[in-house]
Design a protein around this ligand. Structure first.
Ligand code: ADP
Length: 291
């Protein structure tokens, strides 16, 4: 049984729903490699309620990706059941799973996974094409989604013209465009610097706090998990700890304590000038900053 400290349930908005959005019942996953069988999950049971913000943690090989693949309907349990919004998805066909994925789930990845020759707007529109929305509605929804992540003015930019943080915001907009019930994020800040990571967490907290979006996010970083409401810790294919986050951090408040990019640039320039003074040489040329 997982250890429970604090009440994870208390973290969820009370009294809104009697159906868990996610329910895993004794889920096992075995990868059959012919000669060996890898037990990636060994009887995982958990519930996630509407409006929760859950951080999934644990060492490498503990089963986080496997559980996320199952939650994301990308893979099925070998044994046990998965109910998504009350529907038993463990026995569904691949086509049915693809439909559920498109309707109910939004995905955000560490590597952003944007199409490079396609504008931010077109990247965000893509899931609406699969959902069969009419063209005007696609553009309207995509612009609305970009506005939610503060990127209305970057709709025509290509990924290479955007900073890492902006690319991740486009990826979040893409994940939101079909109005999913759940956002699944796999190490969303894994490729970003500290300040940009907190900016991404600010967007996720706003979506969770203001719009009640349910979020499940894998992270290695304890600091990042402190922005969630609840943490699930995996070890050796088992859920070992399921706890409410005590003293949850507000990303907006943390950002006020961090230097802005301009302040950081000015501090870096000062440090370089000081170094050049000491060594008598010219400072190294800097890579151009993003807009
Ligand atoms: P984590 O995401 O916590 O690093 P994973 O879910 O990727 O853990 O892996 C759990 C276990 O399952 C590990 O022992 C890993 O080697 C194994 N595993 C994961 N995916 C596969 C796969 N496709 N084929 C075989 N073994 C796998």
């Amino acid at each position: 049984m997982p250890e429970h400290t604090g009440s994870a349930k208390e973290a969820a908005p009370a009294g809104k729903s009697t159906t868990a959005l996610i329910r895993l019942e004794h889920v096992h996953k075995v990868y059959d490699l012919g000669e060996v069988q890898v037990q990636a999950l060994r009887g995982v049971s958990l519930e996630i309620w509407p409006g929760e913000f859950v951080a999934v943690m644990g060492p490498s090989g503990s089963g986080k990706s496997t559980v996320m693949n199952i939650l994301g309907c990308l893979d099925r349990p070998t044994k046990g059941q998965y109910f998504l919004d009350g529907l038993d998805v463990s026995a569904m066909s691949k086509t049915e799973l693809a439909q559920i994925r498109n309707r109910k789930l939004g995905f955000v990845f560490q590597q952003f996974n944007l199409l490079s020759r396609t504008s931010a707007l077109e990247n965000v529109e893509l899931p609406t094409v699969y959902a069969g929305l009419p063209p005007e509605e696609r553009t309207r929804r995509a612009m609305e989604s970009l506005a939610r992540v503060g990127l209305s003015d970057r709709a025509g930019h290509y990924p290479s013209q955007l900073s890492g943080g902006q690319q991740q915001r486009v990826a979040i907009a893409r994940a939101l465009v079909n109005r999913p019930a759940i956002l699944l994020a796999d190490e969303p800040t894994g490729n970003l610097d500290s300040r940009t990571s907190v900016e991404i967490m600010e967007i996720l907290q706003q979506l969770n706090d203001e719009q009640g979006l349910t979020i499940v996010m894998v992270t290695h970083e304890h600091d990042i998990a402190q922005f969630a409401r609840r943490t699930l810790e995996f070890r050796d294919g088992r859920l070992r700890r399921d706890v409410g986050v005590q003293d949850r951090l507000s990303a907006t408040a943390v950002l006020q304590t961090l230097p802005s990019l301009e302040e950081q640039d000015a501090a870096d320039a000062d440090a370089e000038a000081e170094q050049a003074d000491q060594s008598g040489g010219a400072p190294e040329p800097k890579a151009p900053a993003y807009e």
